[in-house]
Design a protein around this ligand. Structure first.
Ligand SMILES: Cc1ncc(COP(=O)(O)O)c(C=O)c1O
Length: 387
């Protein structure tokens, strides 16, 4: 799932009181959603995904390459055998074993599965929302850390990154000491900035945090660095991953690796059968052919580096412009007017993400997903024309 600033909880006026609700009930009139729904939810905007019809879709960090045709045909045959009349196997034993074996989960560690890593973020948020609980993340970051924490009833503390998007280790450690967060979220690489935070700074966070530190490795196939092998070193470390960016965004499958005592508790808030049988079959099939997805990821890494070079040549010398380093499958750039550039790119048939209003550090920034070489060429040409 992509991140949308529109989805952030907004502190608006129009707060309603329980008296209003009880008044409605007392008067005998039927209660409306406005009477019943929590005021913070009434004040939110629903998740908005812009239409990509007819556009080159470079807004959501998807892999642009489908599975090769022979594999799709074989997958079709496997899916036809799936027992749609039955609930999924409740323990997802075969799928979990395939994930552990193929995706580098250390011996002695298991995974919890989610309907996308989004659902695992929700589960973690719900399970840790004790009265007064705090959730902490650097900002800007993936917006669902904050949205989920607030929806679950926790207090969210955001610690600004430095101007060049590094983790501000001193400020983060001070905030940890002050707020004693139940959960610290660190995306590695970070979305929407694209960089991996300094390893020593993360280690310091792991040692200082009184609660769980979740390292979200959604973009691991493009960074090729991971904290997964270090799970045995830190009892408060959990590693969150998804198959979305690898090329399987439509499956909706995420996994969380952590020590057993954490998973045992988190499993209690997992909705029953949260991963459907078609996802189970398709994910196991894809993991049997992981080499194909790995080749696609390698191609995207090379194309990202080529795109970074071209964007640097185009933007580096222009006033108000910048290109930021990326270890993900997207590139963050700054232009003089991100809203105007977005419109120009749309007019040229390209959909990217304007993150310019998400956070003050991101002013006039656009996030560009790496596409096929032809799509990347169209993007650079359209940017050149726009600027
Ligand atoms: C850092 C990060 N984590 C998690 C997600 C959610 O991924 P999904 O729900 O598709 O597994 C995203 C999506 O953009 C992301 O950027």
């Amino acid at each position: 799932m992509d991140q949308q600033p529109e989805r952030r909880t907004e502190q608006r006026t129009g707060r309603r009181t329980d008296a209003a609700t009880s008044g409605a009930a007392g008067s005998g009139r039927a209660l409306s959603p406005a009477d019943l729904i929590r005021s913070d939810i009434l004040a939110m905007s629903a998740y908005h995904v812009p239409s990509s019809a007819g556009l080159v879709k470079l807004d959501a960090m998807e892999n642009p390459y489908p599975l090769p045709e022979p594999l799709r045909a074989e997958l079709g045959r496997r899916l036809a055998q799936a027992e749609l009349n039955r609930y999924p196997q409740p323990d997802y034993g075969a799928l979990k074993a395939a994930i552990r074996a193929r995706l580098g989960v250390p011996d002695g560690f298991d995974v919890l599965l989610g309907n996308g890593s989004d659902e695992l973020i929700t589960m973690l948020s719900v399970a840790t929302a004790r009265p007064g609980a705090v959730v902490l993340a650097p900002l800007p970051a993936f917006v669902m850390y904050e949205v989920s924490a607030r929806l679950a009833g926790s207090r969210f503390v955001g610690v600004p990154l430095t101007a060049d998007f590094k983790l501000d280790a001193a400020a983060t450690l001070a905030a940890i000491a002050e707020h004693r967060p139940a959960v610290v979220w660190l995306a590695y690489p970070n979305n929407p900035t694209g960089n991996c935070f300094d390893e020593a700074a993360i280690e310091a966070v792991l040692r200082a945090a009184p609660g769980l530190v979740v390292i979200d490795e959604a973009y691991q196939p493009f960074a090729q660095r991971s904290w997964m092998p270090r799970l045995p070193e830190f009892p408060n470390l959990a590693v969150l991953r998804t198959v979305s960016k690898l090329g399987l965004a439509g499956l909706r499958l995420g996994y969380l690796a952590a020590a057993e005592p954490w998973l045992a508790q988190l499993d209690k808030v997992r909705p029953p059968y949260n991963v459907n049988v078609l996802t189970d079959v398709a994910a196991r099939f894809a993991l049997d052919h992981l080499d194909v997805l790995d080749v696609q990821a390698a191609r995207l890494r090379a194309d990202r580096d080529a795109l970074l070079t071209q964007l640097s040549a185009l933007l580096a010398a222009r006033p108000g412009c910048a290109v930021f380093p990326s270890q993900a499958n997207f590139v963050l750039i700054r232009v003089p007017d991100s809203a105007a550039t977005l419109q120009n790119l749309l007019a040229a048939g390209l959909l990217v993400k304007d993150v310019g209003r998400m956070h003050v550090l991101l002013r006039n920034c656009l996030r560009l997903t790496v596409g096929t070489p032809d799509e990347n060429r169209q993007l650079v040409d359209a940017l050149r024309a726009s600027l």
